[in-house]
Design a protein around this ligand. Structure first.
Ligand code: TRP
Length: 472
C-alpha cells in the first residue's frame, strides 16, 4: 500500500501547529513569562525561537521530507548505516515517555471539561467549592488513571483513522476552534475589572533579567522553546515524512513558529486578567499544575457566567492537548508501520497499550510522574535534537541544503549554507550547554571564555565540515 501523504499544504501546517500548540503554551508559557521578567523574558524567548527553534524545526523537516520515513528508517536510509537507525530508535522511547505523562495531564483536563460541561445544564462544578482540594483528589490515583485511559483512547482513535482522515482532519477542525475560542476569551477577559493589572503582571518589562540573569533564563527559555515546538522527539521528522510535493520548508517552519508563539501570548492575555479581576494572586499558586487548575478554577467560581467560561476554556485546553498527544503517538506508530509493515490498527493498539500501562504508573505515583515530565523528557528531547542536528550537518551535508532550498525561492537558497552551519555546529553546542546547566553543572564560566570556546569549537567544526559530502 502506498504511504499516505497530507492532502493539502494547510493540512500539514495545521497538523504541525497542532502538535506545537499544547500544554506547553497554555499551561507553561504564561507562567514562565510572568515569573522570569515578563516581556524581557519574552524577548529572550523569541530570540531563541528564531535562532534555535526555527532552524532546529527545519532540521527535522529536512530529514523527514528527504527520506519519507519515520526517524528510525530515515536516519538509517540517509546514512546507509544501521547505527544511525539505533539513534533514530530513541525517538520511539521519547514519544512513549512524553505521552505517558501528557496523557495523565490530558485526563485531568478532560475531567475538568466534563465537570464544567455538566454544570452548564444546572448547578455548579464541584471544583468551585474548594479548587485546591478538588485538584488534589482527581490528579492522582484511580480517578487520574481512568481519565488518562479515556484521553489516551481519544488520542488512539484519531491516530487510528490515519494521516488524512485522522490527524489532518482532526487538526483542521481543532486548531481553528482553539484560535477562535481563545480570542473570544481574551476579548471577554479584557472587559473584566482590573484587567490592566493582569496585563501589567504578564508583560511587565524587567530589563534586569537580561543584563543580570541572562545565563539563568537561557536554560528555561531554551527548554520552553524546544518543548513548545515539539522538537527532539522526531514528531516533526515524522510529520514532514508525509509531505508529498515540494514546498517552502523555511516558510512553513516560520509560519508554525509564529502561530505557536501567538497562542502562548493570547493565553497569557486570558489567564492573567481573569485572575487579577478576582483578586487572585498568581504568584501564590506557583508554576506547577496548580496554576491552571487551582488558580483559574478559583477565578471561574467567582466570575459572572463562570461555568460557561470554564467550559469554553477547558474545551480549548482539551483540543490543544489532543492535537499534541496524537503527534506523540504517531512517532512509535509510524515506526511500526514503516519498519515492520504492521497494520496501523495493530500498531496503535500495541503502542497505546504500552502507554496505558506506563501512564497508569505515572497517575498513581507522583514521584515517577514528575521525573518523567521533568528530567527524563528534558534530557531525551535535548539529546534527541542534538543527534538530529548533527546528522543533518555532518551526514546529510549538501543534501540537506538541497532539501532546505527546494521550493524555497532565491532567499531560501541563499539561507541554506548559513543554516547548515548553524544546525551542524552552533545549535548543538548551545544545546549541550543548556543540557549541562540542567545537570546542575555550573556553566557560567563567564561571558568571554564562553565566547572564546564557542569560536574555537566553531572553527574546528567548520574545518571538519569540509568533508566529502559537505558544503563549506
Ligand atoms: N509541543 C507540545 C506542547 O507544547 C508538546 C509536544 C507534542 C511535544 N509533541 C511533542 C513536545 C514532541 C516535544 C516533542 O504541549
Amino acid at each position: 500500500m502506498a504511504r499516505e501523504t497530507w492532502a493539502t499544504r494547510l493540512g500539514f501546517i495545521l497538523a504541525a501547529v497542532g502538535s506545537a500548540v499544547g500544554l506547553g503554551n497554555i499551561w507553561r508559557f504564561p507562567w514562565q513569562t510572568a515569573e522570569n521578567g515578563g516581556s524581557a523574558f519574552l524577548v529572550v524567548y523569541l530570540g531563541i525561537v528564531l535562532l534555535v527553534g526555527v532552524p532546529g524545526l527545519l532540521g527535522e523537516f529536512v530529514i523527514g521530507r528527504r527520506a519519507n520515513k519515520s526517524p528510525v528508517g530515515a536516519l538509517r536510509e540517509l546514512s546507509g548505516s544501521k547505527r544511525w537507525g539505533f539513534v533514530g530508535a530513541f525517538s520511539v522511547i521519547t514519544g512513549l515517555s512524553l505521552l505517558s505523562f501528557y496523557s495523565v495531564v490530558g485526563g485531568w483536563i478532560l475531567r475538568y471539561l466534563l465537570e464544567s460541561g455538566a454544570a452548564v445544564l444546572g448547578g455548579n462544578p464541584a471544583y468551585f467549592t474548594n479548587p485546591g482540594q478538588y485538584f488534589g483528589g482527581v490528579s492522582a490515583g484511580t480517578d487520574a488513571a481512568l481519565f488518562h485511559l479515556l484521553f489516551l483512547g481519544l488520542t488512539g482513535l484519531i491516530v487510528l483513522a490515519g494521516i488524512r482522515k485522522g490527524i489532518e482532519l482532526g487538526t483542521k477542525v481543532m486548531m481553528p476552534a482553539v484560535l477562535v475560542l481563545l480570542l473570544a476569551l481574551a476579548g471577554w477577559a479584557a472587559t473584566q475589572p482590573n484587567a490592566a493589572a493582569g496585563y501589567a503582571f504578564f508583560l511587565r518589562f524587567d530589563p534586569s533579567v537580561i543584563t543580570e540573569n541572562f545565563f539563568a533564563i537561557l536554560g528555561p527559555a531554551a527548554g520552553q522553546a524546544l518543548f513548545t515546538l515539539s522538537l527532539g522527539a522526531g514528531t516533526m521528522v515524522t510529520y514532514s515524512s508525509y509531505l508529498g510535493e515540494d514546498r517552502s520548508l523555511p516558510l512553513d517552519g516560520s509560519a508554525i513558529a509564529v502561530l505557536n508563539t501567538s497562542v502562548g501570548v493570547i493565553t497569557g492575555l486570558v489567564v492573567f486578567p481573569l485572575l487579577f479581576s478576582q483578586g487572585i494572586d498568581p504568584t501564590a499558586t506557583g508554576t506547577g499544575p496548580g496554576a491552571l487548575f487551582v488558580g483559574l478554577a478559583g477565578a471561574f467560581s467567582q466570575l459572572p457566567a463562570g461555568t460557561l467560561i470554564a467550559t469554553t476554556f477547558f474545551a480549548v485546553v482539551t483540543l490543544a492537548a489532543l492535537s499534541s498527544s496524537i503527534s506523540m503517538l504517531e512517532i512509535p506508530v509510524a515506526f511500526l508501520v514503516d519498519e515492520y509493515g504492521v497494520s496501523r490498527r495493530a500498531a496503535v493498539l500495541g503502542m497505546a497499550g504500552i502507554v496505558a500501562v506506563t501512564g497508569t504508573v505515572c497517575a498513581f505515583n507522583p514521584g515517577i510522574f514528575s521525573f518523567v515530565a521533568g528530567t527524563l523528557v528534558n534530557i531525551l528531547l535535548t539529546t534527541g535534537l542534538v543527534a538530529f542536528l548533527l546528522f543533518v550537518g555532518w551526514v546529510m551535508g549538501r543534501d540537506a541544503i538541497e532539501e532546505f532550498s527546494s521550493g524555497a525561492g532565491s532567499l531560501g537558497r541563499r539561507l541554506g549554507t548559513p543554516w547548515l552551519f548553524a544546525v551542524g555546529v552552533v545549535l548543538p553546542l548551545f544545546l549541550v550547554f543548556t543540557l549541562l546547566t540542567h545537570f546542575g553543572v555550573d556553566t557560567n564560566i563567564g561571558f568571554w571564555p564562553t565566547v572564546g570556546l564557542t569560536v574555537v569549537a566553531s572553527v574546528a567544526a567548520f574545518l571538519g565540515l569540509r568533508q566529502p559530502n559537505s558544503v563549506v
